[in-house]
Design a protein around this ligand. Structure first.
Ligand SMILES: [Zn+2]
Length: 114
């Protein structure tokens, strides 16, 4: 029998477990978004991580990235959640309208044609 006294939270894990590419892919995300940590840069980019294995941790990948704008090594990285919006099935009207895509709206064209 153990004589040790537990104080605090027995269920608290010694280290938090970061999201891995496996977790991310299970959620339908295949790329990560990286953000430069330099205060005056703020460069961000989408990184293709398809060559990396499922057990690679997302934050660890960011630490190995070098900013293409300022050359700083190490970026904040997180799953590119916006990618899931771009992967809607073809034919879905939301895919045609695309919140992020610029272009003429149907209503505008109809108004101008009158
Ligand atoms: Zn940068």
């Amino acid at each position: 029998m153990s004589a040790s006294v537990q104080i605090g939270f027995p269920h608290m894990r010694p280290a938090y477990s970061p999201m891995t590419l496996g977790n991310m892919r299970a959620n339908g995300v295949r790329t990560i978004a990286a953000y430069c940590q330099r205060v005056d840069c703020h460069h961000s980019a989408v990184v293709d991580v398809s060559a990396l294995s499922d057990d690679a941790a997302v934050p660890a990948i960011g630490r190995r990235l070098r900013c293409t704008a300022c050359g700083r090594l190490g970026a904040e990285s997180r799953p590119n959640w916006s990618e899931t919006a771009a992967q809607r099935p073809i034919g879905d009207p939301w895919d045609v309208l695309g919140e992020s895509r610029a272009g003429p709206k149907w209503s505008d064209a109809r108004t101008n044609a009158s």
